[in-house]
Design a protein around this ligand. Sequence first.
Ligand SMILES: [Zn+2]
Length: 286
Amino acid sequence: MSVLTKAIVADYAVVSAIESKQLVNRAIKIHNLSPVAAAAMGRTLTMAALMGKEFKNKEDYLTVVINGGGPLGKITVCADGDGHVKGDIENPVAETLVKEDGHLDVGGAVGRDGTLTVIKDIGLKQPYVGTSKLVSGEIAQDFAYYFAESEQQPCGVALGVGLNSKRCTSAGGVWVQIMPNCPEELLSQIETVMYAMDEMSYQFKGSTAEEVIRRFFGRFGVTVTESVEVSYKCNCNKRKIDRVVRSLGRDEAFEIAEERGCVEVCCHFCGKKYVYDKEALGKLFK
Ligand SMILES: [Zn+2]
C-alpha cells in the first residue's frame, strides 16, 4: 500500500508527499524493468500520483509523456483522480550505467534532448496540454521546470527510488507548492528547505509520507489535510480492446487468426492479455 499525504505548511505552502515503494515494485514486476528503467519510471509514477491528487473529480485524468531521446525511449505515465496510476516505457531493459558519484545515471538513460508533456483531461471539450523542454532527464528537476515554465507555478519537486538489484527497497516524492501571497521571508526559508530535499529514497526508508513532511517542514507548523491510498491499477477492459481489434479491420484480423490461431492483444500498461479466437472475431465483426 502506498499512502499519499497532503498538508498545509505555515499557511502559505501546500506540501504533498507519497511513499511509493509498492507502486514501483508493481511496475518492475509488470515490465521487468532494469534498475535504471525502474528509477526513471518509478520517479515519474511517483510524481504523477502527486499530481493526480490535485484533481477534483475521480474521473479526471492526466498523462505524462517524457521523451528525452535516450536509451529508455518514451516513458508514459497516467494517473486519475481516484488514486490510481499506471505506466509504460519503450525500452524497459535499457542498460544501467552508474555515475561517478555512485548514483544511477537516470539523466543519461532518459536523455536530455526532448520534452516533458502533461495532458490533463478534466471533462472539458479539449484536454489541457502543457509542454516544456527537459533540463536534466533526472525527472524531478524536469517537473519543477515544467511547473515554472508551463503552469507559471513556483514549486519544489524531490523524487527518489532506492533499489537493491531488481527490487525497490524504498521510494517516495515530495512536492511543495508555494501560494502566491507567501511573505518573502517565509518563502526564502521554505526554499532553503526545498534545496536541501535530497536523497529521497533514503528519506522514505521506513518513514511514512507524513513523517517525511514533518521532518522537513515541522518547524513551520504542519496541518495535515488528507491521507489517501494510491495503487498501480490499469483501466483497460474488453470494451476498449474490442475497439483496438475492430480498428484492424475484418480481413486483417481474420488473416492474423488464420496464421497464429488467434488475435492476441497485450495491454502495454498492465501486461494483461486479451485473446480473440475466430469465433470471438466472428461476433466482433458481425
Ligand atoms: Zn491494462
